[in-house]
Design a protein around this ligand. Structure first.
Ligand code: ADP
Ligand code: ZN
Length: 431
């Protein structure tokens, strides 16, 4: 196998030295080539030559998504256009899209971290890999694609959607790996069972990410189609998928710290938090050429763990993303993450992982409605039975969140399925 432990630094000390050198080099490139950063450093009286140790990172300023928007489209690039060989952009559902750029070397870095990621899940040149992330401006498809080719897998660039075709190729080509969002994986699992294809397919590994998902969702997918499901994390601003990946221990995702330095901060004060505490994940890219970012605020909430992993890798692990700080709903003063609702619904045998969370405000009071689809064998016309199920869900939600939700049960297969990132929250309040 390639790209395993030995290419990483053998000790945290060695890593620290590498990070210090790379951080300093990057700050110089920012200072010399990006007016936004040069102005910021000058304003704060910082000169890159004064920053020689990675332990000084917390004294440097943050970069926000808004900074990328304000400098749309190319304002933060640190290389001339002729060195940019690829552009991607985020969906841009809220305002202008965020544009990200890659030099040839950046693409090599991305391919490298993706190859390491896939190797961690045990994927090699004996695999046939169906890449069902969207190809295009979204970084998911192409990012996974090049990493998969690098490890020598036979790649099927099918992109997202067209579920019938996904199943047909899975059966005919004997795909052993599927990569897609966890919500699409849940839908594919259902479809495999509905079409009675389980005996005819050879899937054994899933590489799922690009949106928050829960341990319960992992068990649901693993148990329904008998694969091992791995969590992959990334964001376009930092490189795309492959910022971190789970190893065989499935106990947190290793961050490729020789390229991306993570910190966890208190999102309100900006203060760096001690190991293990929950807060906002912040990344500094130290090798990126086209779009280097300093202390980029991801808005993703998680924890970092520096103890040595049972797999032997020395790189830090991050916990699951419990949500984005902007995903968090405050309902009657209670903080609610969609992932908490998901964990309750999937634990119950009677409900599917297809649900919508609707928040309204009536007479100054927030109301929470959860619409959830019932599993075929539990669906009935008997109101009494359905009422019993509603009460059970209400009870479980109240136990976990401490608030009352009204539950609406909907018929099997009636809710929208997602081929990419799922949209599960409708907040109708004018806040
Ligand atoms: P956007 O969704 O902002 O258009 P991206 O496609 O780059 O941009 O998505 C990155 C975001 O997706 C991350 O910041 C994070 O919120 C989410 N994400 C990616 N992978 C995971 C994962 N494995 N678990 C939870 N969230 C993830
Ligand atoms: Zn590990």
């Amino acid at each position: 196998m390639f790209w395993n432990k030995e290419i990483e630094c053998s000790s945290r000390n060695e890593l620290h030295n590498l990070q210090s050198k790379r951080l300093h080099d990057m700050l110089l490139r920012m200072y010399n080539n990006v007016p936004f950063y040069r102005n910021k450093f000058t304003e704060l009286g910082i000169h890159p030559n004064d920053i020689t140790n990675v332990s000084q990172l917390s004294s440097l300023p943050f970069t926000y998504k808004q900074d990328l928007r304000d400098n749309y489209p190319f304002g933060l690039f640190a290389v001339p256009q002729h060195q940019v060989v690829r552009l991607h952009a985020s969906s841009g559902t809220t305002g202008k899209p965020t544009v990200v750029a890659y030099t040839q070397k950046d693409l090599e870095t991305w391919t490298e971290v993706m190859a390491r990621s896939l190797t961690m899940a045990g994927i090699s040149n004996s695999d046939i890999m169906q890449v069902a992330y969207g190809y295009g401006l979204f970084t998911g498809g192409l990012g996974v694609h090049y990493g998969a080719e690098k490890v020598g897998a036979s790649v099927i660039p099918i992109s997202g959607g067209n579920t019938k075709k996904q199943l047909q190729l899975m059966e005919d080509f004997g795909s052993t790996v599927i990569a897609c969002t966890p919500s699409y994986a849940a839908f594919l699992s259902e479809s495999i069972l509905a079409e009675k294809l389980l005996d005819k397919i050879k899937l054994k590994i899933g590489v799922f990410g690009a949106e928050p998902w829960t341990e319960e969702m992992r068990s649901f997918i693993q148990n329904s189609i008998g694969i091992k499901a791995y969590n992959i994390y990334g964001l376009s601003e930092i490189i795309g998928p492959g910022v971190s990946m789970e190893c065989e221990c499935q106990n947190g995702s290793h961050i490729f710290e020789d390229h991306f330095i993570p910190e966890i901060i208190n999102p309100d004060t900006g203060e760096v938090l001690p190991e293990g505490e929950l807060g906002e994940l912040v990344f500094t890219t130290i090798t990126k050429e086209a779009l280097p970012l300093l202390r980029y605020r991801t808005r993703d909430l998680t924890t970092l763990h520096y103890d040595t992993c049972a797999c032997g890798r020395t790189m830090v692990r991050m916990g699951r993303i419990i949500g984005r700080s902007d995903d968090m709903l405050i309902i009657r003063g209670v903080n609610v993450f969609p992932s908490q609702v998901e964990s309750v619904l999937i634990e119950l045998a009677e409900t599917t992982p297809h649900y919508t969370i609707i928040v309204n405000r009536e007479n100054n009071l927030d109301t929470l409605e959860i619409q959830v689809e019932v599993v075929e064998q539990y669906w009935t016309d008997e109101m009494k039975v359905l009422d019993g199920l509603k009460k059970k869900i209400q009870h479980a939600i109240a136990n976990l969140l401490g608030i009352n939700a009204s539950i609406k049960l909907v018929e099997p297969n009636s809710m929208q399925r997602f081929e990419g990132k799922a949209q599960r929250v409708i907040d109708n309040r004018k806040l």
